[in-house]
Design a protein around this ligand. Sequence first.
Ligand code: UD2
Length: 334
Amino acid sequence: MTFLGYKGYLNPRNQKLDSIHAGVSMAIREHNGLRSVKLSRMVYPQPDVLTPSRKDVLIMTPWLAPIIWEGTFNMDILNEQFRLQNATIGLTVFSVKAYMIFLKQFLKSAEMYFMVGHRVNYYVFTDKPEYVPHLNVRNGRQIIILKIQSYARWQDISMHRMEMLSTFSRQRFQREVDYLVCADVDMRLSDHVGVEVLSSLFGTLHVGYYGLNRADFPYERRPQSQAHIPEDEGDFYYIGALFGGSVSEVARLTEACHRAIMVDQANHIEAIWHDESHLNKYFLYHKPSKVLSPEYLWYQQQMNYVKDQNSTSPKVIKRKRFKVLRKNYRLRDW
Ligand code: UD2
């Protein structure tokens, strides 16, 4: 397998082929002007076609997108694949008004658990750049502060994230990173979140609704809204707090959601769960290529919606990666 062919296939930006050098795992040799690559040996348990990795949960959607649960992937193989791509990952987070209090813990936990061993740009959108904490980050990682305006209503702050993400994706992220992970700030990582989540477009199952029927999802039900989903449609209920993909797909998603929010505004209607409602509508018609299980965004308080609520943490949840923090809702109106 040639290096250039492999790289060209995997890299979402599909560029800079000549500037990529060998990582720790491979050696490039020039011979008569031709490049050959020696990939390092990897030894790992053989996948067994007759033995499913998990029997207790759905691990593939009907449109053949993997659902990412602990036990379904080998981290070493994935790390190697993404190192070959030389991928840079952007983690976007909004810290506007009083939500600045969550930022330090969010970033510190991300330094411990997010995409360890890969290049990361943290993009912090805030109205108060001077309050962004000074943190030392590991080699190959940087914090980039982007000043944005604030809005009086927390709903508008939440929804305008779609506009900002779409604008910055086209203006900046496209040049700087391969993938974007877009997260709420009022959470912290308590376990690894790595390249296993990355694909052209991914969403996360909402912990509060993953066991329910589609008719019970809190989709927007009013036909007047652009986010409307009728009761006989819908795959999953996705959480607004964690989604992502390649920069171009995130640009497309956020632009579509922002446009839909603007149409609703002109029609004097606001979707029931704001940006999250529009995200769910988008994913219904643009199926994600990976779906993260609720282990990626855990929220104890919302467990009472789930069918298997007998235990505080159902058996299917083996890891809790992002945890939503309890918050004082008065923060929003600060
Ligand atoms: C839910 C979703 C959230 C979004 C929202 C829309 C969860 C865990 N999250 O969150 O992703 O879809 O519903 O209704 O279910 N923000 C600020 N300053 C503010 C207000 C918001 O920076 O004053 C940012 C911040 O990054 C925050 C995010 O917007 O994490 C979402 O706002 P939220 O966390 O208050 O919304 P919540 O918990 O209802």
